[in-house]
Design a protein around this ligand. Sequence first.
Ligand code: NAG
Length: 192
Amino acid sequence: MQPLLLLLAFLLPPGAEAGKIIGGREARPHSYPYMAYLRVQGSEGRHTCGGFLVREDFVMTAAHCWGSLINVTLGAHNIQRQERTQQHISVLRAIRHPDYNPWNIQNDIMLLQLSSRIRQNAAVRPVALPQAGNGGDSGGPLVCNNVAQGIVSYGANNGTPPAVFTRILSYLPWVQRTMRRFKWEDQTETPL
Ligand SMILES: *[C@@H]1O[C@H](CO)[C@@H](O)[C@H](O)[C@H]1NC(C)=O
């Protein structure tokens, strides 16, 4: 259950203090090399969010974390420090799910295309996405056998269950279409 607790601490809703470990233990440094820390300039000021690297140039997060400017830090163990392993990259495009509904927080999923590719190493590495047919209960651990299954949508601010998860498997066609559409090669939009 430790990955679940860690991700819960990272993926708090805006306004909550992300980056603080709540109800969990400090993780071994870089044991979750896909974890991303987001600094977001939103309409109501700055906030922080969590996310996770799913490709060398894409981070997945919740749509409610959207902002006009987002900076991503990868490879951090302690976000308060400057660490050799950290990579700071700005976001080129923040693509919310077209059916995201901020009123009832449905379809709370967003892809962030990074302005450059990350340098993959032991501290920074993408996590696998689920394959169709490989189920997984929503509300279960977010990362199961090193496969990302869910995104924390909302939960109690103290990190205790129940939390609501966006089940990634249900959004795979949109995720794959979006990541194909915004190819790294030219960073331009290819027609659907
Ligand atoms: C993102 O980083 C740039 C360059 O360091 C900085 O000027 C900007 O204020 C940052 N924005 C946010 C939302 O952290």
